[in-house]
Design a protein around this ligand. Structure first.
Ligand code: NI
Length: 401
C-alpha cells in the first residue's frame, strides 16, 4: 500500500503543531457541557484549515465538521469522533502546561483525542483527492457523565452514516500499539438507589422498630448472589453499592436507609436481567423483614460498547498495514468501565480502538482519571495517521460495502 508512505510524511510535518495544540487544550480543561473554550479553539483550527463545520451540537458545545472527497464516487459517510470534556480533579502533574483551572484537569486524555482528530482533519483536507466519500468529524461534549454521545444520536447526526470510529488513550499499552477488539469491549453502566423504609425507634428497643440498616445489610449481601447464582459464569457483570446513608446517632434506629449503587454489564440481556433482579430481591427481602424497598434507576444509563466484528477486522488491517503487525495488540479482556461511544455503535457499525499511551520504559503506569495522568505525546503520530487512514481506506474496503 502506498497510502501509509504518503500519509506518514504529511503527518510528521504536522506533529509539532498538534503537540502544541494538545498542550494548549490541556491547560484549559472544561467539564461536561461547559466546553466553551475548547469548542472555540476547535472552531478556530477548522477555520484556519478551511474545513466546513457546524456548531451548537449535543447541548451546545459540540462541533460537527465535514470533509468531502474531491470527486466523490461513493455516497457513504464515515464518522471519526473525539470526546472533549475534562474531569473534576486537581491536577498534580507539575507540567509546564498543567491545568490553569483549579479542580479541573484533562485526566482521561480527551485533550489528546481532540488534538489528534484536528490533526486527522488537516491530513484529510490535504488528501481530499484520496477520499472517495465523505468524512464527518464529531467533536463531542460530555462523555464522562452526561451522555453527550446519546445527544449526538438523538440529533440525527448519524442518520446517514455508514460507519464510526473513535480512539481512546490506554495507559495499559505502550505508545505505538493499538487494540481493536471484537464485540463488547467496554461495559454498559447503570446507576440506581434503593430506599428502605422501616420504622424508627430507640436503639435499645428494636422490638418496637423496624430497622432499615439491618435490612439494607441483608440486601447488600444478597445482591452479589445475582452475579454468582443468577448469571451464567461466562456473562461478566459487576454490582457495586458505593454509598449507604442512614441514621443520625448511635443510639437511634432510623426510619430510612438509602443505598446507592451501580452495575456494569457487557450485554443487553444481562443488563435487563439485573434491572429485574435488584428490585425483586430488595423488595422481597425488605418485605420479609416487615420493611419496604423502593428501587429507582437513575436515567437511561450507558449501553455496553460493542465493536462490529467486520469493522474491528478492518481497523486491525489498517493498524497492521500502517504500523506493522507488531503494533497490533490483542484485547486481553473487555474493560468494565463505560463510554458513551456505545450509543454510536448501537446506531451504526464501527469500532472503538484503544491507543497505547505509556512510554515503553515507564513501568509505573499512571491510570486514567488520576491526578498525575498526562496523554503521551509519543502516541500522537500514530493516532493522527490511524484516524486519517481509517477514513481514507474505509471507502477502499470491500468488506465494508
Ligand atoms: Ni475518557
Amino acid at each position: 500500500m502506498m497510502t501509509q508512505n504518503l500519509l506518514r510524511q504529511e503527518v510528521a510535518d504536522l506533529i509539532p503543531e498538534i503537540v502544541a495544540l494538545r498542550h494548549e487544550l490541556h491547560e484549559h480543561p472544561e467539564i461536561c457541557f461547559e466546553e466553551h473554550w475548547t469548542s472555540d479553539r476547535i472552531a478556530q483550527f477548522l477555520e484556519e484549515n478551511d474545513i466546513r463545520y457546524t456548531r451548537g451540537h449535543a447541548g451546545g458545545t459540540g462541533i460537527v465538521a465535514e470533509i468531502k472527497g474531491q470527486k466523490p464516487s461513493d455516497r457513504r459517510t464515515v464518522v471519526l469522533r473525539a470526546d472533549m470534556d475534562a474531569l473534576e480533579i486537581q491536577e498534580e502533574t507539575g507540567l509546564p502546561y498543567a491545568s490553569k483551572t483549579p479542580g479541573r484537569m484533562h485526566a482521561c486524555g480527551h485533550d489528546g483525542h481532540v488534538a489528534c482528530l484536528c490533526g486527522a482533519a488537516k491530513t484529510l483536507i490535504q488528501n481530499r483527492h484520496r477520499i472517495r466519500g465523505a468524512v464527518r468529524l464529531i467533536f463531542q461534549p460530555a462523555e464522562e457523565q452526561a451522555g453527550g454521545g446519546r445527544r449526538i444520536v438523538e440529533e440525527g447526526i448519524l442518520d446517514d452514516v455508514s460507519a464510526a470510529f473513535a480512539l481512546h488513550a490506554c495507559p495499559a499499552l505502550p505508545a505505538g500499539a493499538a487494540v481493536a477488539g471484537d464485540g463488547p469491549v467496554m461495559a454498559g453502566a447503570d446507576f440506581f438507589h434503593i430506599d428502605i423504609i422501616g420504622h424508627g425507634g430507640h436503639a435499645a428497643d428494636p422490638a418496637n422498630a423496624v430497622d432499615p440498616v439491618l435490612v439494607s445489610a441483608h440486601i447488600i449481601t444478597a445482591l452479589q448472589s445475582i452475579i454468582s447464582r443468577e448469571l451464567n459464569p461466562w456473562d461478566p457483570a459487576v454490582i457495586t453499592i458505593g454509598r449507604v446513608k442512614s441514621g443520625t446517632a448511635a443510639n437511634i434506629i432510623p426510619a430510612l436507609a438509602r443505598m446507592e449503587g451501580g452495575f456494569r454489564t457487557l450485554s443487553m440481556h444481562v443488563r435487563h436481567h439485573i434491572i429485574e433482579a435488584i428490585p425483586r430481591l430488595a423488595s422481597q427481602i425488605a418485605a420479609g423483614f416487615r420493611a419496604e424497598a423502593q428501587f429507582a434507576l437513575h436515567g437511561d444509563g450507558y449501553p455496553p460498547l460493542c465493536n462490529d466484528p467486520g469493522m474491528a477486522f478492518f481497523a486491525r488491517g489498517v493498524i497492521a498495514d500502517h504500523f506493522g503487525p507488531q503494533a497490533l495488540e490483542a484485547l486481553q479482556h473487555p474493560f468494565m468501565a463505560s463510554e458513551d461511544f456505545a450509543f454510536y455503535l448501537q446506531k451504526v457499525p464501527g469500532a472503538y480502538i484503544f491507543l497505547g499511551n505509556t512510554d515503553k520504559n515507564n513501568t509505573a503506569q499512571i491510570p486514567l482519571h488520576h491526578p498525575r495522568f498526562d496523554f503521551n505525546d509519543a502516541a500522537i503520530p500514530m493516532a493522527v495517521e490511524l484516524l486519517a487512514a481509517l477514513a481514507i481506506r474505509f471507502f477502499e474496503n470491500a468488506a465494508a460495502d
